[in-house]
Design a protein around this ligand. Structure first.
Ligand SMILES: [Zn+2]
Length: 400
C-alpha cells in the first residue's frame, strides 16, 4: 500500500531478515530440502504471487492446477475461469478493500527514476487537458522542493500539443494534504451533513426507500403473473368460440403491452435499488476510512493510495497577476468532492471557494501553504544559470 515495487519489497524483507518461504519450510521441517544459501533472499516473483493470492482474503481456491491425464505427472495451470473459489472459508489476513487496492496499484507499475528517487504522486497525477499521466522529474542536483511533474504529452509531442502543466511535487503535496484535511475535518464534525451532500441518505431512510421499491417490484411481478393467467383464459375463450378473433387480438395486445411496461419498470427499479445501495455503502465505507485519519498531519504514500484515486492538474493561469493552478482530487469510493458541495457550510471556518466554469470543480487557494482553497504559487527556482544547464542534462524523466 505504500507504493513499493516488488523488488523494493524484497530488499526491505532482506533487511528485516525475514526468511523466504523455502527457508521457512526447511526451518520448520515441512520440507526435506537443504537450507538455501541465502535464506533471506526473496525473489520478486514470490512477492507478486503473494500479493495476488485470493487465499489471504479467507477464500479457498481449488482446481488451480490440473494434469493432462492421470499418467502424466506434470501439473498444468488451470485458467482462472475453471478454478473454484469457496468464499470465506477461513479467517482473512487481509481485508478485501486493501487487497483490491493492491491489485490496482500493481497494474500501474512505477519505475524508480535513474536517481533512485520515487514520488508518491507518480501514477496518481494526470493532466486535466489531455488526460495522460504527468511525468515525475527529478535530478540528483535538485533539492526536493525542485522535484516537479510535467505532462507526458507535452514532453513527448511538444508544448504546442499540450501545455507542460508544470507543478512542483511539494506544492502538490501541500495542496492535497490541505484538501484532505478539510474533508476529514468536515466529516468529523458533520457526518450526517456529509451523507446528505454526497447524495447518500441516512441508513434508516435508505432502508425505507429500498423497502418501498422492493414492494413495487413484487407488485409488478404479481401483475405480470396475473396477465399471464388472463392471456391463457382469453386464449381458451377464443378456442371455444366465446371470444372472437379481433376482440382476442385487442386484449392480447393490451396484456402484452402492459407486461412489457412492467418488465421495464422492474428493470429500472432494480437498477435504482442497486445503485442506491452501492452509493450509500460507498459513502459509509469512506466515512469509516476517514475515522483512521482524524489527526492527519503528514501525507504518506499509504494514506494517499488509500484515500485518493486520481488527481487532475490543470494548466496554470494568471489570476490577479498570480500564478494559479487548479487541482481536482478524485477520492476513492466517493469521487470528486467539489467545494461547491460544501459551499453553504460556513460553519466550518471561512474559506474562499471560487467556482469554475463547469460548477463541478473548485479552486484551491492556499496562502503560502496555509489554509484556503486556491492553490497559488510562484515558481521558485533559485538555481543559477549554470546550475540549470546541468539540471537540464541530468533530468531523469520517470514514466510515472
Ligand atoms: Zn497534457
Amino acid at each position: 500500500m505504500a507504493g513499493y515495487g516488488t523488488s523494493q519489497i524484497c530488499k526491505l524483507l532482506e533487511k528485516e531478515q525475514s526468511l523466504c518461504p523455502r527457508a521457512y519450510w526447511v526451518k520448520n521441517e515441512f520440507y526435506n530440502y537443504e537450507m538455501p544459501e541465502k535464506p533471506y533472499k526473496w525473489h520478486p516473483n514470490t512477492i507478486s504471487g503473494i500479493l495476488a493470492k485470493k487465499e489471504y482474503l479467507g477464500h479457498t481456491v481449488n482446481f488451480k492446477t490440473y494434469r493432462k491425464s492421470y499418467k502424466s505427472k506434470k501439473k498444468l495451470d488451470n485458467p482462472e475461469k475453471n478454478q473454484m473459489i469457496f468464499e470465506n472459508t477461513h479467517e482473512p489476513i487481509i481485508d478485501i478493500d486493501t487487497w483490491e487496492k493492491v491489485q490496482e496499484l500493481r497494474k500501474s507499475k512505477r519505475r524508480p527514476t535513474r536517481t533512485g528517487k520515487t514520488n508518491m504522486f507518480s501514477g496518481v497525477v494526470y493532466c486535466a487537458d489531455c488526460g495522460q499521466k504527468l511525468y515525475y522529474c527529478t535530478s540528483k542536483y535538485f533539492e526536493s522542493r525542485q522535484d516537479h511533474f510535467v505532462c507526458s504529452t507535452s514532453r513527448k509531442q511538444g508544448t504546442d500539443v499540450c501545455d507542460t502543466h508544470f507543478i512542483r511535487a511539494v506544492v502538490l503535496e501541500q495542496g492535497v494534504l490541505q484538501h484532505l484535511r478539510y474533508v476529514i475535518n468536515f466529516v468529523a464534525s458533520f457526518e450526517d451533513r456529509f451523507r446528505e451532500i454526497t447524495g447518500a441518505k441516512h441508513k434508516a431512510e435508505v432502508k425505507k426507500e429500498l423497502a418501498a421499491k422492493r414492494r413495487a417490484i413484487t407488485k409488478a411481478e404479481k401483475r405480470i403473473a396475473e396477465l399471464d393467467r388472463l392471456f391463457k383464459s382469453i386464449y381458451e375463450d377464443k378456442a371455444n368460440g366465446t371470444l372472437n378473433e379481433s376482440r382476442f387480438k385487442m386484449l392480447a395486445d393490451d396484456y402484452e403491452r402492459e407486461q412489457e411496461d412492467l418488465r421495464k419498470s422492474i428493470d429500472n427499479l432494480t437498477a435504482e435499488v442497486d445503485r442506491q445501495k452501492e452509493q450509500s455503502e460507498n459513502v459509509e465505507r469512506f466515512i469509516e476510512k476517514i475515522h483512521k485519519y482524524f489527526d492527519l498531519q503528514e501525507l504518506t504514500p499509504t494514506i494517499l493510495n488509500d484515500m485518493v484515486q486520481r488527481i487532475y492538474v490543470h494548466a496554470p493561469e494568471k489570476i490577479n497577476g498570480k500564478r494559479t493552478q487548479q487541482i481536482d482530487i478524485y477520492y476513492d469510493l466517493v469521487g470528486f468532492l467539489p467545494m461547491s458541495l460544501f459551499q453553504n457550510e460556513n460553519r466550518i471556518g471561512s474559506h474562499n471557494a471560487t467556482l469554475s466554469r463547469k460548477n463541478i470543480y473548485y479552486r484551491f487557494i492556499s496562502r503560502p501553504f496555509g489554509a484556503g482553497f486556491l492553490l497559488t504559487y510562484r515558481r521558485a527556482f533559485a538555481a543559477s544559470a549554470e546550475n540549470k544547464d546541468r539540471q537540464r542534462r541530468d533530468i531523469a524523466y520517470n514514466e510515472a
